[in-house]
Design a protein. Structure first.
Lengths: 407, 407
């Protein structure tokens, strides 16, 4: 038996130095650990560090002032936990509160420099930063939807379509529900749009959308549906590391994101999906939703194609940011707003759903939009949650929206 | 325009602290940078660090001795580059040599503690470690196959099948070549197996297999084919973060990996693929290959199913490690080896391909296997490369093997 064990260890020789260290008797640090009492312990090995902190959205927020372009903005920044050094240079921090069941991002700050948790293999990219992920699932809680369960799983595919607008092939993430491949039925389609700095991966990594879909469908709380995650950066082929431009790090400031080109090109995505998949290729079989910039996109795609979607969801929608006035690409997308709104509602869509956080910096513009709807007597559903412009809310909104569509 | 810019900045408020830092005037560190002269610069910000190093397979190796289970082993460890501190606590190291076009993994060591590059969003998981990725592609070089080009891209899907052997659903990665979805033709299938500690993601992340396939097919150097990446850890549903066991970090020591159960269960994967996809469902339309443990699996799956695969590839195969003698699951898989070998070759397979590195610790057992083949006059193709038991070699072997199959 020993011979085999040594042989297996020898197989590790191709591994990185740190993997070897772990195998060959180096320190084993477990982090994060969800304790039986509901607190969470974070550990970080740094024998020579002076200060190690952890920051993330599991901690209470603190007010922070930033200056940008000469303007001061106050916002709720994530709190900070201070680790204490223990044996072997392993620093440790345990929350003095029960961490509520949810999904969180966190990073360490070692002498002021941000680091992910090297002992946690679950890493998400958040625009141009990497963050470690903490998932605290609990039966009966919403976070249970974010966990993987022993239920039938849909297929998650990276699919390329040719965009005539862009002039090149572009990548989508497509979820086909369990049973799609062995069925002959036609399925409804939900289009899900990301925010600024995001891409076709964001809802799957940060949003846990495919887990939410798997679980809601398995519970019978949502209809089996095809879900398409688009890339709203029409100037790009795909997510930053998945395009032919090579070694380019992601950025917030991509061209052609909120000036009408993506919205005007959207029907070509719908056409592609209807040609590739067994879809219910009419209004009754289509829904669209998006977060932040994607909520802005959702609104204008819906209004400009009033016969295309029966269900639309605006999650913390970035409306009223002024982009509509500065549109250089397809300004017609944003024009005649009131008339388009009247046409849209005259066609009696099944659902317009709006969700936003109480402290979201976009709540005022969303309130103004709702006042307009109220004044005209246009029907919509509204959800207001605690917190601001954060993924925690967008996962909530998706899991609220999905059960309401295609019923 | 300013108003829009501020609005866009405000959208970033939901981002992590480090992303905000980058947006709101924090330090911008570019790393890694491939310089015009072919050297590469690595940077790491750590104002209070005493020593910052970079290690990775782009550096010349150095001999290292490790002790494991009372036995001493000498191996070629990655070299170390020492960074020097500059302005703003940003440490920097530039290679004093041209980094050959290839794909590399690297990590920083900050006061002895391993860290990935926080400014490089390209991170791969290597069993239980995260490593940053450096890709140096060059036209005409093999590494050009690892880069994404503006060529038709295949679809890459995460697909679940039910394993009767395991008793639960298990995950595969499936590549369907560009054109598959719009064609009515039947396609050949290549099954690609990972090494110990790997999973159905390893060949896609570390192996760049889907890029290699896209590019070889686009060049006309490989036939369009379906490629199936299995998970050889039959006790698991999927990759460590993709299964219902929850928050479990990956490990090398998974049960039931080299004791016959996975190999005996392999026909159920083939059956599933033949039922789900338009395949050439016979020996002439099937190939199999694998690295290390996956090469071991490949050999025994091939020998135990002599009518199933026309092409088999053993990459740094972990044969002769003693696992065959200790098999507790399905020992019959490993028995009557010579007779099975005779039967296999009597059926005239189109290709048995063997590749291994000159300094691979498994070269002796591979040589012994080849001597056996030579003595019996059994035909095979052989490739010997520099280096050892490393991904660099496995990418080479895949890109050599794929053009030879289904011709």
């Amino acid at each position: 038996m020993k011979k085999i064990f040594v042989a297996i260890a020898a197989l590790a020789i191709g591994l990185s130095a740190s993997a070897q260290q772990a195998l060959f008797g180096g320190p084993s640090v477990e982090s994060p650990v969800i304790n039986p009492d509901g607190t969470v312990t974070f550990r970080f090995q740094a024998p020579k560090a002076i200060k190690v902190e952890v920051t993330g959205d599991f901690l209470p927020t603190q007010k922070m002032e930033v200056e940008f372009g000469g303007q001061k903005m106050v916002y709720d920044a994530p709190g900070v936990g201070v680790l204490k050094e223990g044996k072997g240079g392993v620093w440790e921090y345990t929350t003095d509160f029960v961490v509520a069941p949810d999904m969180y991002n966190y990073t360490f700050r070692v002498d002021g420099v941000s680091q992910i948790d090297p002992h946690n293999m679950w890493v998400n990219r958040d625009v141009a930063s990497l963050t470690s992920v903490l998932l605290v699932p609990a039966p009966g809680e919403r976070s249970d939807l974010y966990a993987i369960h022993k239920v039938p799983h849909g297929t998650v595919s990276k699919v390329w379509y040719h965009s005539n607008t862009a002039g090149f092939d572009r990548r989508l993430t497509v979820y086909t529900p369990a049973g799609y491949e062995t069925s002959k039925a036609k399925y409804p389609v939900l289009y899900v749009l990301h925010g600024i700095g995001g891409d076709e991966d964001a809802w799957v990594t940060q949003g846990r959308a495919t887990q939410i879909l798997d679980n809601l469908i398995a519970r019978g709380e949502a209809k089996p549906m095809i879900v398409v995650f688009t890339n709203g950066n029409i100037a790009c082929e795909a997510a930053p590391l998945e395009n032919a431009d090579g070694y380019v790090n992601p950025t917030m400031s991509l061209p052609k994101t909120m000036e009408g080109t993506f919205e005007s090109a959207f029907p070509e995505v719908v056409k592609f999906i209807d040609s590739r998949y067994r879809t219910i290729a009419k209004k009754q079989g289509r829904a669209i939703c998006g977060l932040s910039m994607g909520g802005f996109h959702t609104l204008y795609i819906t209004l400009n194609n009033p016969d295309m979607f029966n269900y639309s969801g605006m999650f913390s929608a970035a409306i009223g940011t002024g982009s509509e006035q500065a549109a250089s690409g397809h300004p017609e997308i944003y024009q005649n707003f009131d008339a388009k709104l009247a046409t849209y509602f005259s066609k009696k869509p099944a659902l317009l759903w709006i969700g936003i956080g109480k402290t979201d910096f976009l709540i005022q513009s969303n309130n103004e939009f709702r006042e307009k709807l109220n004044a005209a007597g246009y029907p919509y559903k509204y959800m207001e949650t605690d917190g601001g412009h954060i993924w925690k809310n967008w996962r909530i909104y998706l899991s609220e929206f999905v059960p309401l569509i295609f019923k």
